[in-house]
Write a protein that binds this ligand. Structure first.
Ligand SMILES: O=C(O)CCC(=O)C(=O)O
Ligand SMILES: [Fe+2]
Length: 269
C-alpha cells in the first residue's frame, strides 16, 4: 500500500476505476423523473407525428413503434422527433440530470455539453441506420469527450450497442497497423470475440469514452430500440473538429473561472 493519501472519495474512486478499466459504466439514472419526462416526450411527439392517440404506456408504445411506422417514413419521424426534443428548453437540463454526479466524477465540474441531443431508432430487421464499428475520435471528436447514452426501452441482444472494453481495445488499436484490415467488416470480425453487448434495462444510463471501438448491428429482436446520445467534456480540455460555440456549449462554469476569465490587470502609467 502506498502511503500517499488519496484525494478521492471511496465510492467515486470505484466508479472512476471502473471507467478507466472498461471505458464505460452503466448506472441507475440519477433522476428517474427527468428520464421519464424525456421518454414521455419522445412517445407523445411520435404519437402526434403519426396522428395516433397519446399512449398510456409510453415504454410499450416505443418498443412497438414498428407496428405503426415503416422504414420509408422512419427517417422523417426521427428528424421530426429530434427537432421537437431539441426545441424544448428543458430537455438538455433533464438529460444532464440523469447522470450529473457521475459526469462530475468522470469528466469534471466545469463542463461543456453538445448542443444537440441525437436520437437513434432501430426497427427490427432494419439495416438502414447502422453504425459499423468505429471510434468517434477517429473522425474528428476530441479524445476528452464522454458520451451519455440513454435508452428509453430495455436494450439487449442485437437491439443494443456493443463496445470493446478499454483494456482490450488498447491492444487492438496499437496493433491496427499490423492487422492490415481492409474494411469495417474485417475489423468487426477481428474484435467480435472480445465485444461486450450492453444489456441495459430502462431506468439505467450508459457513459462511455468514444475512444474505444463500438457500434451496432441489425436489430433482430422483436422490439424497436430507442436511444439518445450526447457528448460532454471538461470545458478547458482540448477541442478537435467539434468546437465550443458550434457543437459544444459551456453549461457549468464556476465563479472563480468567470472572475479569472474577465479580470484585466490595471494598466500602469
Ligand atoms: O447507438 C449506437 O448504437 C451507437 C452510438 C454511437 O456510436 C455514439 O453515440 O457514438
Ligand atoms: Fe460512436
Amino acid at each position: 500500500m502506498s502511503n500517499v493519501p488519496s484525494f478521492w472519495r471511496d465510492e467515486e474512486r470505484v466508479l472512476a476505476d471502473k471507467f478507466l478499466r472498461d471505458g464505460y459504466v452503466v448506472i441507475p439514472a440519477e433522476s428517474r423523473a427527468d428520464l421519464d419526462r424525456i421518454r414521455d416526450l419522445l412517445a407523445d411527439v411520435t404519437a402526434a407525428y403519426l396522428k395516433l392517440p397519446r399512449p398510456q404506456d409510453k415504454g410499450a408504445f416505443l418498443d412497438h413503434i414498428h407496428e405503426k411506422v415503416d422504414v420509408r417514413r422512419l427517417n422523417d419521424l426521427r428528424l421530426a422527433v429530434i427537432r421537437e426534443m431539441n426545441e424544448e428548453p428543458w430537455t438538455r437540463v433533464s438529460y444532464f440530470n440523469t447522470a450529473r454526479r457521475a459526469l462530475e466524477v468522470l469528466v469534471g465540474n466545469e463542463l461543456a455539453m453538445q448542443l444537440r441531443i441525437n436520437l437513434s431508432i432501430q426497427l427490427p430487421d432494419d439495416d438502414s441506420s447502422l453504425l459499423p464499428v468505429h471510434a468517434d475520435v477517429w473522425s474528428g471528436d476530441s479524445p476528452y469527450e464522454v458520451v451519455l447514452w440513454v435508452p428509453y426501452v430495455h436494450v439487449y441482444g442485437t437491439k443494443t450497442m456493443y463496445i470493446l472494453p478499454r483494456e482490450t481495445d488498447g491492444g487492438y488499436q496499437e496493433r491496427m497497423g499490423e492487422l492490415k484490415l481492409k474494411s469495417a467488416e474485417e475489423l468487426y470480425r477481428t474484435i467480435e470475440p472480445d465485444l461486450t453487448w450492453l444489456d441495459i434495462p430502462y431506468g439505467q444510463v450508459l457513459l462511455f469514452t468514444q475512444n474505444v471501438m463500438h457500434g451496432n448491428v441489425v436489430n433482430h429482436e422483436p422490439e424497436t430500440r430507442w436511444s439518445t446520445n450526447c457528448r460532454f467534456k471538461s470545458v478547458f480540455s482540448p477541442y478537435h473538429d467539434k468546437k465550443l460555440g458550434e457543437f459544444f456549449e459551456p453549461i457549468l462554469v464556476r465563479p472563480a473561472t468567470a472572475i479569472g476569465a474577465s479580470y484585466r490587470l490595471p494598466s500602469v502609467g
